[in-house]
Design a protein around this ligand. Structure first.
Ligand SMILES: NC(=O)c1ccc[n+]([C@@H]2O[C@H](COP(=O)([O-])OP(=O)(O)OC[C@H]3O[C@@H](n4cnc5c(N)ncnc54)[C@H](OP(=O)(O)O)[C@@H]3O)[C@@H](O)[C@H]2O)c1
Length: 273
């Protein structure tokens, strides 16, 4: 059931590592042509070469997506080479974990995170939308997080950028759903990737693998639901809608205890790789 990825042209941003690389492999294995976008050319080419070695179709387009001119050139190259883009997987991002109280002179944290997580993602939609509308539709998938459903401390810039993007794609489907433009927000829990590996104490946390995360992306591409999430995410969202103050006050001490416990276990070498 759903829409077969075979024969579809899928742009995957942030596909030089982690979830994006795993999703590109999975979608290519189902017959999609994947266009891989990220900055690190060697990593990107190695993901593309691996897909081609397995019989799939993949092209690497090294680009810094915060660079408007370079992004425009890349989109023009993709459309010239493939004629169309059926699905945009907007997955490239950066994360910053820092207390607000230690960020008072660091507005640039927000600027840097918004530059890639929000503005670059919106720019790509704007650049691809004319061709999607002309071909009768297209699907936009965004990689987001469980933590926009239940707020966790220490990720204010990151979570604000993800919430902004979620809000943007909700507007996109509300305005252009009738013209065939659909969107899916994927609310991942923690996934073992270079991004989550940037925080030492998270070595002690059990996480989803990139291959499992890629299956969530596959579901978003095939079934095109407005969101892909977990039972925990749904429960969190519902309780935040009903009692946001109570839930925020009740969960904050839990998250502080969780961080202390992870730090203790990481220091003791009780880690998951
Ligand atoms: N890991 C988790 O626990 C987790 C949880 C929830 C949601 N997510 C989301 O999942 C997505 C994938 O993250 P990941 O965990 O797989 O981390 P990752 O391996 O670090 O992937 C991030 C990707 O973004 C690309 N990127 C960053 N800045 C870029 C730029 N300026 N231009 C082009 N590409 C850029 C990186 O490639 P280059 O460095 O080569 O440019 C990389 O391919 C992100 O949207 C993240 O927010 C992750």
């Amino acid at each position: 059931m759903g829409i077969d990825p075979a024969g579809q042209v899928i742009v995957v941003t942030g596909s030089s590592s982690g979830i994006g690389a795993a999703a590109a492999r999975r979608l290519a294995a189902r017959g999609a042509t994947v266009c891989l976008l990220a900055r690190r050319a060697d990593e990107l080419e190695s993901v593309a070469a691996g897909i081609r070695a397995d019989g799939g179709r993949a092209d690497a387009y090294p680009v810094d997506l915060t660079d408007e001119a370079a992004t425009r050139r890349t989109v023009a190259e993709v459309l010239a080479a493939h004629g169309r883009v059926d699905v945009l997987l907007s997955n490239a991002a950066r994360s910053i974990r820092r207390p607000i109280a230690e960020s008072l002179d660091r507005l640039h944290d927000h600027e840097r995170v918004m530059a890639i997580n929000y503005f670059a993602a919106v720019r790509l939609v704007h650049l691809l939308l004319p061709s999607m509308l002309a071909q009768g539709g297209g699907h936009v998938v965004v990689s987001s997080t469980l933590s926009t459903q239940v707020p966790i401390p220490l990720f204010s810039a990151y979570l604000a950028s993800k919430s902004a993007l979620e809000s943007y794609v909700r507007s996109l489907s509300a305005e252009l759903g009738h013209a065939g433009i659909t969107t899916s927000v994927v609310h991942f829990p923690m996934v073992r990737t270079p991004m989550s590996g940037g925080t030492e104490i998270y070595r002690a946390m059990r996480m989803m693998s990139p291959d499992q995360a890629a299956r969530w992306i596959e579901r978003a591409v095939v079934s095109r639901p407005s969101r892909v999430t977990s039972a925990f995410g749904v429960a969190g969202e519902a309780s935040m809608a009903l009692l946001p103050g109570v839930v925020t006050r009740a969960t904050a001490p839990f998250f502080r205890r969780m961080d202390r416990e992870l730090a203790r276990r990481a220091a003791a070498g009780d880690v998951h790789e």
